[in-house]
Design a binder for this molecule. Structure first.
Ligand code: 13P
Length: 250
């Protein structure tokens, strides 16, 4: 197994006004030599200013979505190249809220991931089952389908992160058992290795869904969990700092 540097990623979703940029300054100041990578994905309106505030620190900044095309007549959308131009190094694609709110299917997510990588960004591809799918025993089938359909061909480990986010665990305070997380993460690793061979060893697999400082340590001890994609608890530097500290100890 290759050495994968852990990643603590924060997804601010549709939260954050200028005043919250102080949280990033606090985070950057508190983690001057972090034992893991740190990423914050603010709303697009804050991206450029956040990148300025984080410049010279170990906090990377990313987008929350991008369009599959490089440019063109797509009112309201943002291209991967624009995100890079604004200071982003990563972009989340295929988040379940995009899949639900905007009807995004795997093929679209894959196109977005391809556009991200072509623009020099790291694509953070999100997949996850609904509660109904889990209760019907379909979790691994759904994960396998989403992984195959959303991840582009010809990846290299440095430009791809996959986040497992069970839809029912997002923002609910509910977390899968450690055994359930291990089952899915080991399954994802095996699927990526079957498809990409050695290149899959270095792909980081994040868990996301109600990660908090209080549950982070046990989640980070699960095999093939290389970090977290954090929603609510990433909005405050103190909370996110607690999760980062747990990851550094893992
Ligand atoms: P919460 O951490 O708020 O459950 O959100 C998880 C998530 O959706 C991150 O992308």
């Amino acid at each position: 197994m290759s050495q994968r540097r852990k990643l603590a990623a924060g997804n601010w979703k549709m939260n954050g006004l200028q005043a919250q940029l102080d949280e990033v300054a606090a985070l950057a100041g508190a983690h001057t030599d972090p034992g893991c990578d740190i990423l914050i994905c603010p709303p697009a309106t804050l991206l450029s200013r956040m990148a300025d505030r984080a410049a010279g620190s170990f906090v990377a900044v990313g987008g929350q979505d991008c369009h599959p095309a490089l440019s063109g007549a797509h009112t309201g959308d943002i291209s991967a190249r624009m995100l890079a131009d604004a200071g982003a190094s990563h972009v989340i694609v295929g988040h379940s809220e995009r899949r639900t709110d905007h009807g995004e299917q795997d093929a679209v997510v894959r196109g977005k991931a391809e556009a991200a990588i072509a623009a020099g960004l790291v694509a953070v591809v999100c997949i996850g089952e609904t509660l109904e799918q889990r209760e019907a025993g379909e979790t691994l089938r759904v994960i396998g389908t989403q992984l195959a359909g959303s991840v582009p061909d010809g990846i290299d480990a440095a430009s791809l992160v996959v986040a497992y986010e069970p839809v029912w665990a997002i923002g609910t305070g509910k977390v899968p058992t450690l055994g359930q997380i291990a089952e899915v993460h080991n399954f994802m690793r095996a699927g990526l290795v079957a498809r990409f061979d050695r290149a899959a060893d270095g792909v980081r697999l994040l868990y996301g869904g109600s990660v908090k400082p209080s549950n982070a340590t046990e989640i980070f001890a699960v095999s093939n969990v290389d970090g977290a994609l954090v929603g609510g608890a990433s909005l405050k530097a103190d909370d996110f700092g607690g999760i980062i500290a747990a990851l550094e100890r893992a």
